[in-house]
Design a protein around this ligand. Structure first.
Ligand code: PMP
Length: 277
């Protein structure tokens, strides 16, 4: 079951107009809420980021926080409240009479769906995943969680075709983030990740991972690092709501450190798992 513009309906009965600006221009924002049983991890920060996204593209938030929480909870219940779910929520600017770039005040189109979160076994993660690197040519508003994700989808597809988990992006030699996740390195017992700003999505999992690391007494620096530093790192991780925190042990076919996940990833991963129950 999905939610579309006021109705809870079967997914195959959910249709939008071809005049929807989400369809014509990718004119909208979205959020993904990870749900473990009855826990919505980072509910408040996800709703705050949704508000930031709407503000950034001048769409008036059609619902209060409580209304959103009720809609999300209803979708969770309708889609098996005992399972792990990724709740996808999208708001597009809505439909106009004609296709034109400019817009007036429109009624936003609201869509919410649920899909499963792949449960990965820690033992399977120990050897880590591979990634490729690509130059980051995206626009300089990557902090807005916009539905127009053409560059990101092309990077993700390239990674897939290289049998890799992710495409790690760099701009002017600085690692920004990845096609759908944030990037961390560990060097000399210190955890580094790109500072927030226009070049990265401020990942909610990024914040949670930073907090987990700090709780464990690990030094964290939200500082820029280069592609060379990435290649020379002791550990590389990516983070996202649906993939949690994953170790990357091969980049562009080259092993990171000894080619295995490291102790910092292991302890932050374990700490993260405690938040799910
Ligand atoms: N960066 C990008 C480009 C993303 O698409 C995502 C996840 N959609 C992230 C980072 C991670 O964000 P979060 O931890 O909030 O899922």
């Amino acid at each position: 079951m999905v939610y579309l513009n006021g109705n809870f309906i079967q997914k195959d009965k959910a249709y939008i107009s071809i005049m929807d600006r989400g369809f014509l221009f990718g004119d909208g924002v979205y959020e993904v809420f990870p749900v473990y049983g009855n826990i919505i991890l980072g509910l408040e920060p996800h709703l705050n980021r949704l508000q930031d996204g709407l503000d950034a593209i001048n769409i008036k938030n059609p619902h209060s926080k409580n209304e959103w929480i009720n809609l999300i909870n209803k979708i969770i219940t309708l889609n098996d409240k005992n399972s792990n779910q990724a709740i996808y929520l999208q708001i597009s600017r809505g439909c106009d009479e004609n296709r034109k770039h400019t817009y007036g005040q429109l009624k936003p189109t609201i869509y919410i769906q649920s899909s499963g979160i792949e449960q990965r076994d820690k033992n399977d993660l120990l050897k880590g995943k591979s990634a490729i690197t690509r130059e980051d040519i995206r626009w300089l508003k990557s902090n807005t969680k916009a539905t127009s994700l053409l560059a990101n989808t092309l990077y993700a597809q390239e990674a897939k075709e290289c049998n890799s988990e992710e495409a790690i992006l760099y701009r002017d030699g600085i690692v920004t983030e990845a096609s759908s996740s944030n990037v961390f390195i560990v060097k000399d017992d210190c955890l580094y990740t790109h500072p927030k700003g226009p070049n990265i999505l401020p990942g909610i999992t990024r914040d949670v991972a930073i907090q987990c690391a700090k709780d464990l007494g690990i030094e964290v620096r939200e500082e820029k690092f280069t592609k060379e530093q990435l290649m020379q790192a002791d550990e590389v991780w990516i983070s996202s709501s649906t993939r949690e925190i994953l170790p990357i042990t091969r980049v562009d076919g080259v092993s990171i450190s000894n080619g295995h996940s490291g102790p910092f990833w292991s302890s932050v991963y374990d700490q993260y798992q405690t938040l799910k129950s």
